[in-house]
Write a protein that binds this ligand. Sequence first.
Ligand SMILES: Nc1ncnc2c1ncn2[C@@H]1O[C@H](COP(=O)(O)OP(=O)(O)OP(=O)(O)O)[C@@H](O)[C@H]1O
Length: 278
Amino acid sequence: MNEATPVLLEARELSRLFPVRASGGLFRARQMQRAVDRVSMSIRAGEVLALVGESGSGKTTLGRMLLGLTAPSEGTILYKGMDVATHSGEAARSFRREVQVVFQDTGGSLNPRRTIGQSVALPLTWHRGLDARAAAVEVDALLEQVGLAAAHFRHRLPHELSGGQRQRVGIARALASNPALIVADEPVSALDVSVRAQILKLMFDLQRERQLAYLFITHDLGVVRAMADRVMVMHQGRVVESGDADAVLNAPRDPYTQRLLAATPVPDPSRQLAPQRS
Ligand SMILES: Nc1ncnc2c1ncn2[C@@H]1O[C@H](COP(=O)(O)OP(=O)(O)OP(=O)(O)O)[C@@H](O)[C@H]1O
């Protein structure tokens, strides 16, 4: 990864305002909060960018805007140099196909009435135009790639699976579109501690095999140290520090990053989750 690696996704001065919620859930008239406040950033092909910050700092809102799931209030998002607000045709299709998501909530992100095979097949038919027979072959290959025996899992429903197995399905579904970038929003924090390392290892093996870029939203600074090339620290909607992951974790410059690191020691054994990055 270097300056010559093409930029996939870029945000320029991106903001999102929400009405401020008063106690009791009612909105206070005209009072707006900048959940994301003029954030500029970019992700290169094959790069792992970790997005960290305490709860409410705007990480999910930024991730959702980059995915096209939440509309920005201000600013621009470029995918492969094209403005996603105005692109159309093949450029718009390639953005929808190549930028995928893995959610935290493994239960809610899969349709409970669709079999695992059907859920993974959908992007194959939508995005890649495969017919039913070709999609079935590819579904099996994807399930095996994420460590699920296809013959055993393809006809099951989500509720028959464990949280870790469901997250493997979520990853298979994201991979089905042949993505260039996956936005992973706390993908293991809802899982049992015992399966977190397995899912993280799977994600990072796939990242290396497929040269995927990840925007990895996490609270876990151990994961950042083990896996990220770069890290971006958010506080109250703004990016307060960003840079090479080792440099930021070893010598944070911003006082907020220093406090975050002091509050959550970074365990070195997490390096065993994935091969060390060069
Ligand atoms: N749909 C919404 N309507 C109103 N306010 C919202 C909405 N979504 C997010 N917010 C507010 O925007 C701020 C940022 O929230 P966001 O979920 O992006 O933070 P986060 O860093 O991802 O937090 P967490 O780690 O808890 O998920 C919060 O104050 C939140 O209450």
